[in-house]
Design a protein around this ligand. Structure first.
Ligand SMILES: Nc1ncnc2c1ncn2[C@@H]1O[C@H](COP(=O)(O)OP(=O)(O)O)[C@@H](O)[C@H]1O
Ligand SMILES: [Mg+2]
Length: 263
């Protein structure tokens, strides 16, 4: 369960694209061991928020702290090294690599060896490579697809490619994983599998922040939820609190019934 230690602090984070403010002074704290959801309509700024936290996009204003250290304006690889990794809204597996090779690229993010020195095949590197392969296999095992290690990634069904992405994220030995719409495109059985993996990894100490449209999943696995609309945070709380927040209901509802929103 979630402790009280804040692991990620987002403070007045702001992103402007020309005249458009995609993220407008958003602040929230994520506690260690939490499953924390970011929800909001399309275009609300959720992916942009992730892009700023992971250093993919420079912030226009505001700060990101991870374990009390300022990460703002650090490079993506430095942020990965600090212990934050992510998956992308659109599947980004290397389709021409085997499943295990994909996961090994995740491990390379934080290992001593980089792909260049690995290419030289020095004896010390070979040892390191073996270690990386073992670690990759462990990560595949954690998401339940180690039996597919030597398949070509492109041949995997969509749900397994999502699990592969999570295994690759886990291979960089993160403390926090950001998932951008992990359930998108999955059938109910695949979604259940993914939920099980997330819950199991959390039980082992992982912290998750995820963007998701599937409200059933959001409401059932999140400890806390932040709601953004038009770049602005309009609500924060437990699933019960969000469900009863009039601002949130109004932003999502339009003319429809409340039940349909969270159905
Ligand atoms: N690289 C970019 N350049 C310009 N505008 C962008 C860029 N990325 C996102 N936006 C705009 O920022 C807003 C928020 O987008 P996004 O973060 O993708 O929303 P969400 O993930 O919540 O659907 C949208 O209006 C989108 O068009
Ligand atoms: Mg998005």
């Amino acid at each position: 369960m979630s402790g009280e230690k804040v692991i990620l602090k987002v403070e007045n984070l702001t992103k402007k694209f020309g005249g458009v403010t995609a993220v407008n002074q958003v602040s929230f704290d994520v506690k260690e061991g939490e499953i924390f959801a970011v929800i909001g309509p399309n275009g609300a700024g959720k992916t942009t928020l992730f892009n700023m936290i992971t250093g993919v996009l420079p912030v226009s204003a505001g700060e990101v702290f991870f374990e009390n250290k300022k990460l703002t304006r650090k490079k993506p690889y430095q942020i990965a090294k600090a212990g934050i990794t992510r998956t992308f809204q659109n599947l980004e597996v290397f389709s021409n690599m085997s499943v295990i090779e994909n996961v090994m690229t995740g491990a390379h993010l934080t290992m001593k060896t980089n792909l260049l020195t690995a290419g030289l095949r020095l004896p010390s590197v070979t040892k390191e490579e073996l270690k990386i392969m073992e670690l990759a296999m462990e990560c595949l095992d954690r998401v339940g697809i180690s039996h597919l290690a030597h398949e070509l990634s492109i041949t995997l069904p969509y749900g397994n490619q999502r699990l592969l992405e999570i295994a690759r994220a886990a291979a960089s030995n993160p403390k926090l994983i950001l998932l951008d719409e992990p359930m998108a495109g999955l059938n109910p059985e695949e979604s259940r599998k993914l939920v099980d993996v997330i819950l199991k990894m959390r039980a082992d100490g992982m912290t998750f922040v995820f963007v998701e449209h599937d409200m059933e999943t959001v409401m059932s696995i999140s400890d806390r939820i932040v709601v953004v609309d038009n770049g602005v945070k309009i609500g924060e709380g437990t699933p019960d609190e969000i469900y009863q927040n009039p601002k949130v209901v109004a932003a999502y509802l339009g003319d429809e019934e409340e039940e349909e929103v969270f159905a």
